[in-house]
Design a protein around this ligand. Structure first.
Ligand code: NAP
Length: 285
């Protein structure tokens, strides 16, 4: 129950109605008997600065930040963690003595989700589809985990090339070394032998669930060991179905969503996150 003493955290995004984070975090607060609540905060882009000022004034103790505010929020914060600065995106804010500190838990969240799949990228070639916010976190993890090389496929070649130039500058500031990245031109495909394919585009997300970011008529590269789709709605995308039809294991984005949330929960509360409660809350929708 929300009372006068309840501590508030919220999700800044536009739109946020589809988000599963409120159900995940409120289930976690309830499981640990915490007098906390997590509320969706739909904020249109021109209102972001006013919204952050308002949340500070109202004593919010933390926030998640999602599309389209992950980069735009940075100038409105007091401090940014080195990994959030390196990838240029904040998805979590923790408040310490009134200071709003920007963090990025998508990176560690994806690292833990990748570990759960059992797939290894160390010393391997990996193909990443997309060059937006999700791809930034994926590239950071591929750098941390020692991937040998990356093939980056994006609708806009220029945006992908710009991303690689930017991250080559910013990663070293967080002690990361970006492996060689080959940006593929439209119509180009990765060679045989890539070990893992990761989709960081929204192609195939509900409601357009028949779409696939990989051409359905084209076989996957020979030797592919796994496909990871950052999409979690639907839980089994067309891309995942295509991979499984070729006997290739496929994983959705629920693992990343769960783990980035669990890390944020711990940053806010200082407590270990009830992972299985959160996992059940996510899949129970
Ligand atoms: P974003 O920053 O908007 O980037 C989207 C990327 O996808 C861009 O590279 C864009 O290409 C490409 N794209 C968009 N529409 C396309 C289309 N119709 N055909 C081909 N390419 C297209 O989005 P994001 O934040 O990275 O999110 C991408 C996906 O990852 C979403 O489905 C999101 O839900 C998911 N995600 C999941 C998690 C998780 O926790 N599981 C975390 C982050 C993201 P251009 O550069 O050419 O525009």
């Amino acid at each position: 129950m929300i009372r006068g003493t309840t501590r508030l955290v919220g999700l800044l995004g536009w739109p946020v109605a589809h988000s599963r984070s409120p159900q995940m975090h409120n289930a976690a607060f309830a499981a640990l008997g915490l007098d906390w609540a997590y509320v969706p905060l739909p904020v249109a882009p021109p209102d972001l600065e006013a919204a952050v000022r308002g949340l500070r004034a109202m004593g919010f103790v933390g926030a998640n930040v999602t599309v389209p505010h992950k980069t735009a929020v940075i100038p409105h914060l007091d401090e940014i963690s080195s990994i959030a600065r390196a990838i240029g995106a904040v998805n979590t804010v923790r408040v310490v003595e009134g200071r709003w500190i920007g963090e990025n838990t998508d990176v560690e969240g994806f690292r833990r989700a990748l570990a759960e799949t059992g797939l290894s990228v160390r010393g391997q070639a990996v193909v990443v589809l997309g060059a937006g916010g999700g791809a930034r976190a994926v590239l950071a993890v591929l750098a941390m985990e020692g991937a040998k090389e990356i093939f980056l496929m994006n609708r806009s070649y220029e945006r992908a090339a710009r991303l690689v130039a930017e991250l080559s500058e910013t990663f070293p500031q967080a002690g990361l070394r970006l492996p060689p990245v080959h940006v593929l031109r439209p119509g180009e495909f990765p060679p045989e032998g890539v070990a893992v394919l990761i989709n960081a585009t929204p192609v195939g997300m509900a409601p357009a669930i028949e779409a696939s970011p990989w051409p359905p008529e084209r076989p996957f590269p020979w030797g592919l060991q796994g496909v990871i789709d950052l999409i979690y709605e639907p839980p089994r995308t067309r891309l995942m179905a295509l991979a499984e039809a070729e006997g290739i294991p496929a994983f959705n984005g629920l693992g990343m969503l769960l783990h980035q949330g669990a890390i944020a929960f711990t940053l806010w509360t200082g407590l270990e996150a009830p992972l299985e409660v959160m996992r059940a809350a996510l899949s129970g929708s």
